[in-house]
Design a binder for this molecule. Structure first.
Ligand code: MN
Ligand code: MN
Length: 269
């Protein structure tokens, strides 16, 4: 068993701007930048090649819609089947649907910890039920998710409140984060991190600026401290077109490092 990093360069399900298809390679550059060392805060030396490796990008050029999802699903299922834990780099958030669906086949009773400004529970947006605004609606409809916990949400409209209620989502909205320290799961957990959960002051390189968000430290603390067994994760929605200084890519790389550390610490499986 080892941790596999996997790039998912897809952004044709974005509702507003393109760009996230360029993100996986920018995050890798930040991860390997000589400006920082390869230790996680929790003490793992990610310079040790026995702990994790890079599986490259899924080749998605020319693929759209469900054909791209199938390529993603196939690759993730193959890595899980070979005994690896997968940390994928988006891509827009639509990629979380095939990635997490592949995890549900391997991990029964899978829970999702979803960090985002948006609940991404739209039944359908802009006539695309598989857009980056809907992955968690599709996953909850599958019946394969034990529990969905969302953190950082600050864009609920009436439709998405109804959807959240229908799916039994547990939402920690920005206006009340008092319950976040107590987040705990029984069974396997998949963590999906949309960078726009962060306040744009910390992470301006995203397509949807949504002020009033989490700090980088809030997210790192959550990654390090939630109770549960992390089996897979993603970091999505970096838009390099809006990240001229690479600061948001560095934030993505920092969270990626701590996620790899948390995946190393996972017991069992
Ligand atoms: Mn999202
Ligand atoms: Mn978002």
């Amino acid at each position: 068993m080892t941790i596999k990093l996997l790039g998912l360069p897809q952004d044709n399900n974005s509702s507003f701007l393109l760009g996230p298809a360029l993100a996986p390679d920018r995050i890798r550059e930040a991860l390997h930048s000589d400006s920082a060392n390869m230790f996680t805060e929790t003490g793992h030396d990610l310079g040790d090649a026995s702990l994790w490796s890079d599986a490259g990008n899924v080749l998605l050029a020319g693929l759209e819609g469900l054909a791209a999802f199938e390529a993603i699903h196939t690759k993730v299922a193959q890595l899980i089947g070979a005994g690896h834990r997968v940390l994928s780099l988006g891509g827009d958030h639509s990629v979380a649907y095939p990635v997490i669906a592949a995890h549900t086949a391997a991990y029964s009773g899978l829970n999702i910890l979803h960090i985002d400004a948006h609940p991404d529970l739209y039944d359908n947006m802009l006539d695309n039920p598989y857009s980056h605004a809907s992955p968690f609606a599709r996953l909850m409809e599958s019946g394969a998710i034990a529990k969905l916990v969302q953190v950082g949400i600050r864009t609920l409209n009436a439709h998405q409140r109804e959807q959240a209620e229908r799916f039994g989502a547990q939402i920690h909205e920005m206006r009340d984060l008092s319950g976040v320290a107590g987040i705990a799961f029984d069974g396997p957990v998949y963590l999906s991190f949309d960078l726009d959960a962060l306040d744009p002051a910390f992470a301006p390189g995203v397509s949807h600026f949504e002020p009033g968000g989490l700090s980088t430290r809030d997210v790192l603390s959550l990654v390090q401290r939630f109770r549960g067994n992390l089996v897979g994760a993603d970091v999505v929605e970096l838009n390099p077109h809006r990240d001229p200084y690479g600061v948001t890519a560095m934030v993505a790389a920092k969270v990626t490092k701590e996620l790899i550390g948390r995946l190393i610490d996972t017991k069992g499986h």
